[in-house]
Design a protein around this ligand. Sequence first.
Ligand SMILES: Cc1cc2nc3c(=O)[nH]c(=O)nc-3n(C[C@H](O)[C@H](O)[C@H](O)COP(=O)(O)OP(=O)(O)OC[C@H]3O[C@@H](n4cnc5c(N)ncnc54)[C@H](O)[C@@H]3O)c2cc1C
Length: 389
Amino acid sequence: MATYLIVGAGLAGAKAAQTLREEGFDGDIVLVGAENERPYERPPLSKDYLQGKSEREKIYVHPQDWYAGNGVELLLGTPVTRIEPADHAVTLAGGSRRPYDKLLLATGATPKRLPGPAVYLRTAGDSDALKRRLAEIGGGSGRVVVVGAGWIGLETAAAARLAGCEVTVVEPEPTPLHRVLGPELGEVFAGLHRRNGVDLRLGTGAAEITEEGVRLTTGERLAADLVVAGIGVAPEVGLAREAGLEVGRGVLTDASLRTSHPDVYAAGDVAEPFNPLYGRRLHVEHWANALNGGPAAARAMLGQEVVYDRVPYFFTDQFDLGMEFSGDTTGYDEVVHSGSVDDLEFVAYWLREGRVVAGMNVNVWDVVGGIQDRIRSGDVVDPKELTSG
Ligand SMILES: Cc1cc2nc3c(=O)[nH]c(=O)nc-3n(C[C@H](O)[C@H](O)[C@H](O)COP(=O)(O)OP(=O)(O)OC[C@H]3O[C@@H](n4cnc5c(N)ncnc54)[C@H](O)[C@@H]3O)c2cc1C
């Protein structure tokens, strides 16, 4: 009987296990996770769960009894310390070895860290601790400094404001989300946060974080009761690198999510697959990529023809802005929109040489399919057609 072993019990790993069973795999499935929690989804950790608006039970990918009920051996609190592709075996913390026929790497990513006493938000435990701290210091007097105006930083800033804290966000770029959205849409997020009382310090970084707060690169000191850093993540590629697999920013795979070893696959935040739609490798660190990439890798492990060519997709909720983003803005030369930016109800399109490369719907729903079809088609469009939509 074949054994398929999945390293990393997050969303990608859990969805891969589910797909293996749904597709009729009747061998052994072993899902090994470093955390003590069964697989859960991370987006609520900086949104409704952090804000105390949803229960713990809602974050989990499957009910507790799903694993035993589906013959999935779930090993929690057990990091894999080594993989040996040539021997088809892994070593677990504690030293025991487990053989496999095929392996999926779904080890995710870890927050980049800064020197000093900042807190980070990646795990359910991080979110619980942050929620408790915000409740302790909230109520108008707590001072929170958020380092980094990316998705996690902005969502955390919103949660801290809603908890009653004074919030300052520090970001070296000229707007929030500058690298992903560019200045035009970055300004929309800047406006949103300013309107909600967040003090944005743009064009300056954190030079030093101490128990007293943050010293900025400009020399200014911001006193803080809590410093949260959201400065990006690094894919967990250590095991793959030590095993001699090809690694770039993530673990390199072909379009079927197969790594440089034929019996090892990678999916989710850790993977850097070749995406045929873009004709290049695309490293995506978003929920939908774990949700869809895990199952795609599982099907490839079963020998099915898999071409993973999805348009990247992301969503966020901050204050009264809910949005979905599709595509990749790299190299865009024009941004147009339909609807009203002032009323926070619009669809923005990024174009490159007249073709839609990305789109973002803000408080407008059920349009993602149409946006992604435009990106996929690669057709040159008349911007007027987009602005009147
Ligand atoms: C607070 C937060 C909010 C987010 N919000 C959004 C959002 O709104 N929209 C969106 O699109 N995306 C969001 N994301 C990103 C999204 O959650 C990730 O893209 C997704 O979790 C990736 O899933 P994954 O299974 O690849 O990795 P992970 O969820 O990181 O799971 C990987 C698991 O592997 C384990 N692991 C690592 N190394 C080993 C090892 N050696 N042995 C065993 N196990 C190991 C890790 O402990 C971890 O549990 C958010 C992320 C965070 C942290």
